[in-house]
Design a protein around this ligand. Sequence first.
Ligand code: NAD
Length: 303
Amino acid sequence: MGKNIAFIGLGHMGGPMAANLVKAGHHVAGFDLSPEALDAARSAGVEIAESAAQAAAGANIIITMLPAGRHVIGAYEGPDGLLATASPGTLFLECSTIAVDDARKVHELLAAAGHRGLDAPVSGGTVGAENGTLTFMVGGGATDFAAAEPILAAMGQRIVHCGGPGAGQVAKVCNNMILGVSMIAVSEAFVLGEKLGLSNEALFDVASAASGQCWALTTNCPVPGPVPGSPANRDFAPGFAGSLMAKDLDLAVQALATAGVEAKMGSAAEEIYRNFAAGDGAGRDFSGIINEIRAAASAEAAA
Ligand code: NAD
């Protein structure tokens, strides 16, 4: 039977996710600060509320898909916040990508207010959100996970219960640290091959079937040609924007500090993508980092 779902944050990800819940037969009351986001959601069948509190009234489930931890905690707290306005025992699904510490705080706020909740960040990007093929990485209790699974399945293909409170965000930050580091490594290898006269095609043919194989090479290949669908073939239009990779690596560095782990590669990747996103890399696919590496190599050779 369809549920009453409140959906707060109807942007690039939340808009199509809410639309998929409507398609699955749920009643979705949505709220966003952006009029454009509200218009798009309305035409997808979402009932538009005048505030987050109005969306939350009468909901069995409240989903948030907001930019960062401060937006989530801001939407939760206060007299008109979601915690105060939701019915007791409401199930909250926090799907934004936020710091592990913030995710743990969100769980504490929920428990203190008498609600239930899961952290459930996603991977798969806007295409996954539109096609309902997201991967959800979920942290929280087993009973709440069982209750949430059919809802998440309307928006995603793979739903993984990673462990207790915050474990979903831990999985997300670890995965994206691998991704940032591996994209830099793949890009450095292509530039080295180019400088030494090796064709990109030859390196791809070898590494994609050898121990250098990874997603950054075989799906999001940073040179045009070997993988026709990769952003390198369309002048690095995202895909996964450099600004989002910089954000996720910043969260990784925060998590490293909390955990007391020294990760030289992860920290270097954070600095590299922070600089990339400070320039025109913010709006380009993160595989565009290869252009920075190539430019630095040319400058070095010319010196
Ligand atoms: P977005 O900026 O397109 O959407 C966020 C929406 O939240 C905006 O429409 C904004 O108006 C709204 N908003 C902000 N504060 C609000 C508030 N207090 N109340 C109601 N609405 C509010 O961002 P997005 O790309 O949809 O990403 C959302 C989250 O998903 C982020 O945490 C991001 O890191 C994560 N994520 C994004 C991608 C991606 O490819 N875009 C992939 C995986 C995860």
